[in-house]
Design a binder for this molecule. Structure first.
Ligand code: NAG
Ligand code: NAG
Ligand code: NAG
Ligand code: NAG
Ligand code: NAG
Length: 759
C-alpha cells in the first residue's frame, strides 16, 4: 500500500517537475502521450466464408460476440515521434487493408501516421468473415473479395486510430511479464524435435508460455485507460464447423477484461460479475431504433429511440487487447489430438489415424463443447493479464522509434555464415498444407509430413501451373503442391513483397511479422534482434530489453518454420512459403533493421519497393443479398417461435431462453456499433437493455428459411441466463433491416418476444 502511494507520489512529482521544466516539448522520464481507441468491425453475419480453415461449408450465420479493432498510440510529445498499434479480431492483417487504411489516414493527418509507424495485427480468430485479403489463395474460399468484410475492417481501424489520436494525453506505460498456464500446446511436437537438442535444452517447453503486458495509465487521473498483451496461441478454439462470428479465445479474453474494467475498475478481484444494467461503451443499436411492435404475450410499452441512444457514442474508457505472437505451432486445444474413431493417440509424425488425417482432431479443455473451450482458453489469458495488470510496476521510459522496410522474398540472398550462401524461393505450399492440422483437418488424401504428391494431384497442379524446375529444386524437401509464387492468373496467388517492422517504446521492442512464426522460429528471431540491438547500440539496449513478436501483422504470408522443422514438412513447414531459408532471411533482414534502429540510422530507400495494390483486379463471386420477404400474414420482426417457459413458469439462472423471429439478411446492414439482438429487463414502466449480441451469454443465429417463401429467413436469439442476471422480468428484441430487391436501401425493423420471469 505504502509502496503504491510512494509510487504515485513519485509520478506526481515527476509530472509536476515536468510541467515546470519540460514545457510540453519533451516529457520527462516515463511520460508519453498515450491514447487508446476501439471500434466495431463485425463483418457480414450471413453467407460469407470464415477466414482460417478454408472450409467451403463454413459460412457465417450469426454472431456469438462482436469483433473489434483496438488501438493504442504512443507519442514522445505533441511534435515528437509517435507510433500506433492496432489489434484486430481478424484472422490476420491484410496487405490491401493496410494500404487502404494508410490512404485514409493520410487524407486525415497527412504524414503523421504512415506505413513506418503503424502496425496492424490480427488475433488469428478463425471465426471472422473472410474476403478481405487480396492474394488469390487467401480469397479462394470466400469466393473472392467481399467488399463488406473489407470495408468494415478498414473503417474500424481508421476509427480506432481516430479515437486514440483524439484522446492522446500525458501518461505512463507499465510493462509486466508472466506465464499463462495451459492455454497452448505444440501441435507439431515431432517437428519441434528436429531442432538441435542443445537449442531445445535452453527452453523448458516446446511452446512459449510467456505473455508480455502493457498497461497505459492516464498521468492526471492515474486511471488506467488500456492494456495490451501478446501471447502465442491459435484462434482455433472454435472449430471448422462453427458458423457464428466470434473473436475466439482472444476475443473472449478482451471481452472479459473490458467488462471487468467497466464494472469493477476500482476493485482488484477479477471475475466479479458485471452489474446487470451495466452499459458498455459502444454497444446497442443506434440505428433507427423505432417504436417496437410487440407480438405475442403481454403488451409491451413502446421503447423510444432514447433508450438506445444511451449507449451511443459513449467515450471508450478502457481498451483491453489480446494480441497474437509466434503462434505457428501452438494450439489452444490443450487436451491434445486423438483419433475420432478409436480414441487412441494419432500417429506422432503425421497426425493421422491409420493413414487418415481427417480422423485426428485436437480437443479443447471444454470438449466436446467448443464454446466452453473458447471461454476457458480466453479466461486463462484474461486472468494472467489481469494479474500482470495489477502487479505491473516497471515503467517504460526512453524514446519512441520505429523502422520498416519492404522485402522481395522471391529471391533474397541469405548469408548462412561460414561463407555459405543460400536464397529464398518464390512462394509455394507443399502437401502438408493441404493436409491441414489437428485444429482443422484439410483435404482427404493428404498427411502432414508428406513429401510426395500423387499423380492425380500433380495433374491437377499442372493444369493450374507447372512449377519451374528452379522452384522445385529451391523448395526441397518440400514437394511443390502449388507454386503460388509463380501463379498470376487472374492475379498473384501469394505475396512476393512483404513488410517487416520494428516498433520501439523505451525498452520494449515489438517485431511486426507478416506471418505465423513457429515457437522456435520466434525465439531465434527475438534472440537475434536483441543481441543485434545490444551490440549495435550505445547502451540504450541491454539484457533487460523486452522483445515481443507481433504475429500476423501488416500483411499475411502464412507460416515461418525453422530450417530444421522444414525438413519434416508438417503443416507449418509446408506452409513456409519461401523455402527452407525463409526464417534465415527474416533474421538477416530484421538484424539489419535492428542495427539501423540502434544506431539511429534510416534504411536505404529500397529501390522504392512496395507491395501491389490489386484492388482494381479483384474478383468477387459472392452476390449481394437478393431481397427479403416473410410468409403471408406476418411481417419482419414477428415472433415465429416465442419463449417457451419451463414447466414451473419461470427461468432460473443457467437455463436457456430462446425465441425465433421472422427476419432478413443481416448483410443488408451490419448494424456497426449496434446489435441484432437485445435482452431487455423491465424497470417500472419501461424496458432497459441488459445484454446484447456482444455478450458471451447471448447468441444471435440467423438462417435462410425457404419453407414458405424463397426469400424468408429466421433469427433465433438464445440467452444462456448468466449468474449475474438480476431476478426480474425480461424479454428479447431483435433488430434488423430488410430490402425488397437487391441494391435497394434497407428498411429497419424490430420485434419483441413476450416477457418472461427470471428468478
Ligand atoms: C472507475 O471509473 C469511474 C467512472 O469513470 C471513475 O470515477 C473512477 O475513478 C474509476 N476508478 C479507478 C480506480 O480507476
Ligand atoms: C467502487 O467505487 C464506487 C464509487 O467510488 C464505490 O461506491 C464502490 O463501493 C467501489 N467498489 C469497490 C469494489 O471498491
Ligand atoms: C518420427 O520421425 C522421426 C524422424 O523421421 C523418427 O526418428 C521417429 O522414429 C518417428 N516416430 C514415430 C513414432 O514414428
Ligand atoms: C521480386 O523479385 C523477383 C525475382 O527477382 C522479380 O521477378 C519480381 O519482379 C520482383 N518483384 C518486384 C515487385 O520487384
Ligand atoms: C429449399 O428447401 C429445400 C427443402 O428443404 C432444399 O432442398 C433446398 O435446397 C432449399 N433451397 C434453397 C435455395 O435454400
Amino acid at each position: 500500500m505504502k509502496a503504491r502511494k510512494n509510487y504515485y507520489i513519485s509520478i506526481l512529482s515527476a509530472m509536476l517537475a515536468c510541467s515546470i521544466l519540460c514545457d510540453n516539448a519533451s516529457l520527462s522520464n516515463g511520460e508519453y502521450l498515450i491514447g487508446v481507441g476501439s471500434y466495431d468491425m463485425t463483418g457480414p453475419a450471413a453467407d460469407v466464408n470464415m477466414m482460417g480453415y478454408a472450409n467451403l461449408d463454413q459460412v457465417t450465420s450469426g454472431i456469438h460476440f462482436r469483433l473489434r479493432a483496438r488501438a493504442f498510440i504512443v507519442a514522445e510529445s505533441q511534435n515528437g515521434r509517435r507510433l500506433a498499434f492496432v489489434n484486430l479480431d481478424a484472422g490476420m492483417a491484410s496487405q490491401l487493408v493496410t494500404i487502404k487504411v494508410l490512404e485514409r489516414l493520410r487524407s486525415r493527418y497527412g504524414d503523421l501516421y504512415n506505413e513506418d509507424n503503424i502496425a496492424i495485427s490480427g488475433t488469428h480468430t478463425h471465426a471472422g468473415p473472410g474476403g478481405y485479403l487480396q492474394y488469390v489463395l487467401y480469397a479462394a474460399a470466400s469466393l473472392g473479395f467481399v467488399k463488406q468484410s473489407f470495408d468494415v475492417i478498414v473503417s474500424a481501424i481508421e476509427q480506432s486510430i481516430v479515437q486514440a489520436h483524439g484522446n492522446l494525453r500525458p501518461g505512463s506505460i507499465l510493462i509486466n511479464k508472466g506465464d499463462v498456464a495451459n492455454a497452448g500446446i505444440n501441435r507439431s511436437p515431432s517437428a519441434y524435435l528436429f531442432n538441435p537438442p542443445e537449442e531445445r535444452a535452453q527452453y523448458p517447453r516446446d511452446v512459449d508460455p510467456e505473455t508480455t503486458l502493457l498497461k497505459f495509465v492516464d498521468g492526471k487521473s492515474q486511471e488506467s485507460i488500456g492494456a495490451f498483451n501478446w501471447f502465442a496461441t491459435h484462434g482455433t478454439s472454435m472449430s471448422r464447423n462453427n458458423r457464428l462470428v466470434s473473436g475466439d479465445n482472444k476475443g473472449v479474453a478482451a471481452r472479459l477484461f473490458e467488462d471487468w474494467f467497466a464494472a469493477e475498475n476500482n476493485s482488484t478481484q477479477p471475475g466479479k460479475p458485471k452489474p446487470t444494467f451495466m452499459i458498455r461503451p459502444g454497444s446497442i443499436v443506434r440505428k433507427k431504433a423505432m417504436g417496437i411492435k410487440a407480438t405475442g404475450g403481454q403488451s409491451c410499452r413502446k421503447t423510444t429511440s432514447r433508450n438506445f441512444k444511451v449507449r451511443q457514442n459513449r467515450k471508450i474508457k478502457f481498451v483491453g487487447a489480446f494480441c497474437q505472437s509466434n503462434v505457428g505451432d501452438v494450439t489452444p486445444n490443450v487436451l491434445g489430438a486423438v483419433c475420432l474413431d478409436s480414441g487412441l493417440p494419432c500417429d506422432f509424425n503425421h497426425s493421422s489415424c491409420h493413414g487418415n488425417a481427417q480422423l485426428c482432431v485436437g480437443h479443447g479443455p471444454g470438449y466436446p463443447d467448443e464454446i466452453k473451450s473458447t471461454r476457458i482458453i480466453g479466461e486463462r489469458q484474461f486472468l494472467k493479464a489481469f494479474d500482470l495488470f495489477n502487479s505491473a510496476h516497471e515503467e517504460l521510459s526512453g524514446s519512441v522509434d520505429y523502422r520498416h522496410t519492404y522485402l522481395n522474398f522471391t529471391n533474397l540472398q541469405v548469408e548462412l555464415g561460414g561463407g555459405t550462401k543460400a536464397q529464398t524461393c518464390p512462394a509455394a505450399v507443399g502437401p502438408g498444407f493441404a493436409a491441414g492440422t489437428t485444429d482443422g483437418p484439410g483435404l482427404s488424401g493428404f498427411q502432414q509430413g508428406d513429401t510426395e504428391i500423387s499423380e492425380k494431384w500433380k495433374r491437377a497442379r499442372d493444369s493450374l501451373q507447372v512449377p519451374s524446375q528452379q522452384q522445385v529444386e529451391c523448395q526441397k524437401p518440400k514437394a511443390v503442391l502449388l507454386s503460388t509464387g509463380e501463379m498470376f492468373i487472374p492475379y498473384a496467388w501469394a505475396p512476393a513483397i512483404l513488410p517487416i517492422q520494428i516498433l520501439k517504446i523505451g525498452k520494449l521492442v515489438i517485431l511486426s511479422v507478416p506471418g505465423e512464426f513457429t515457437t522456435m522460429a520466434g525465439r531465434r528471431l527475438r534472440e537475434a534482434v536483441k543481441s543485434t540491438l545490444i551490440s549495435s547500440g550505445s547502451g540504450e539496449f541491454d539484457e533487460t530489453t523486452h522483445v515481443v513478436i507481433a504475429g500476423l501483422s501488416n500483411a499475411y504470408s502464412q507460416y515461418v518454420a525453422t530450417f530444421e522443422e522444414y525438413q519434416q514438412q508438417r503443416y507449418e513447414a509446408a506452409s513456409t512459403l519461401y523455402g527452407p531459408h525463409t526464417l534465415s532471411a527474416y533474421i538477416q533482414e530484421f538484424k539489419k533493421l535492428a542495427s539501423l534502429l540502434a544506431k539511429g540510422e534510416q534504411p536505404p530507400k529500397s529501390g522504392h519497393l512496395s507491395p501491389p495494390d490489386l484492388s482494381s483486379k479483384l474478383f468477387s463471386l459472392l452476390g449481394p443479398p437478393t431481397g427479403d420477404d416473410t410468409p403471408g400474414g406476418t411481417t419482419f420482426g414477428d415472433v415465429k417461435q416465442d419463449i417457451v417457459l419451463p414447466p414451473r413458469g419461470s427461468f432460473k439462472k443457467g437455463e436457456k431462453a430462446t425465441a425465433t423471429f421472422w427476419s432478413a439478411n443481416p448483410r443488408n446492414d451490419l448494424l456497426t456499433e449496434g446489435t441484432f439482438a437485445v435482452v431487455e429487463v423491465q424497470r417500472e414502466n419501461y424496458w432497459v437493455p441488459a445484454f446484447d449480441d456482444d455478450d458471451l451469454s447471448l447468441f444471435f443465429k440467423w438462417k435462410a428459411d425457404n419453407s414458405s417463401s424463397s426469400k424468408s429467413s429466421l433469427a433465433t436469439i438464445e440467452w444462456e441466463i448468466p449468474a449475474n442476471a438480476a431476478p426480474g422480468v425480461y424479454r428479447m428484441r431483435h433488430f434488423g433491416s430488410w430490402i425488397a430487391k437487391p441494391e435497394t436501401p434497407p428498411r429497419y425493423f424490430t420485434g419483441a418476444s413476450s416477457s418472461f420471469v427470471v428468478k
